[in-house]
Design a binder for this molecule. Structure first.
Ligand code: IYR
Length: 215
């Protein structure tokens, strides 16, 4: 099949890359959400955009669970806070706890219930067909790329999100009744930021620290 994506002049490429970079520089992880309603059809489109990600042998080893049901969220919050309690009370190393200090996080996770919704992402450790188990490839890489595209899409439509890892995350597959081949990858609460939302004053590494050119 022939493929001819749109091509821009070098000048236009520079301008578009600058605009995109500026836009991405404003993305932040957010932990405080407003109760403002979100157009869920737009979120579904963001998930569809994530589903365009490349994946090993095009196996598309992902499932995105869009959770708005209050009862299910209550159960997820309860189970997540139980795991997080153990994380904050012995499972995380002293260095890890110190590294988290600027973020002011603790085991209490109200956003699971009060963000307008959660996207719980599952990776497919293996696939299934009539004859049984099938192989998937580069599953973590594939799902990581898809999540990056999802976060970018949510940012593009003016929503904020958090990549929450209430590890171990086995309870998510149980509560959401996912099949045996699916493993929870990330919990992503999303919405608009609350009026008094604050984020830590982080600095990103400059390009000189993350790019090495071999010319
Ligand atoms: N999962 C915990 C701890 C946590 C870990 C990392 I690494 C972070 O960047 C942030 C939090 C929590 O969500 O509180």
């Amino acid at each position: 099949m022939k493929y001819h994506p749109e091509r821009f002049s070098p000048k236009e490429m520079l301008k578009r890359s600058q605009d995109f970079l500026e836009k991405m520089e404003t993305r932040r992880s957010v932990r405080h959400f407003s109760s403002d309603e979100v157009p869920m059809d737009a979120v579904v489109n963001c998930i569809a955009a994530a589903g365009t990600a490349p994946s090993g042998a095009h196996k598309q080893p992902w499932t995105f669970c869009l959770v708005t049901d209050p009862e299910i969220r209550k159960r997820i919050r309860f189970a997540a806070e139980e795991e997080e309690y153990r994380n904050y009370n012995g499972r995380m190393s002293p260095e890890w706890m110190k590294d988290l200090e600027p973020f002011g996080t603790n085991e209490i996770k109200p956003f699971i219930e009060n963000a307008p919704g959660l996207i719980v992402v599952f990776k497919h450790s293996y696939g299934t067909d009539e004859s049984g188990k099938t192989q998937n490839y580069y599953v973590n890489e594939s799902v990581g790329i898809a999540v990056g595209m999802l976060l970018t899409a949510l940012h593009e439509i003016g929503l904020v999100a958090l990549t929450h890892t209430p590890s171990p995350m086995k309870f998510l597959a149980e509560i959401l009744e996912r099949p045996e081949n699916e493993r929870a990858y990330l919990n992503i609460p999303f919405g608009f930021p609350s009026d008094n939302c604050e984020v830590p004053n982080l600095k990103r590494k400059p390009i000189s620290d993350i790019l090495i050119k071999y010319s």
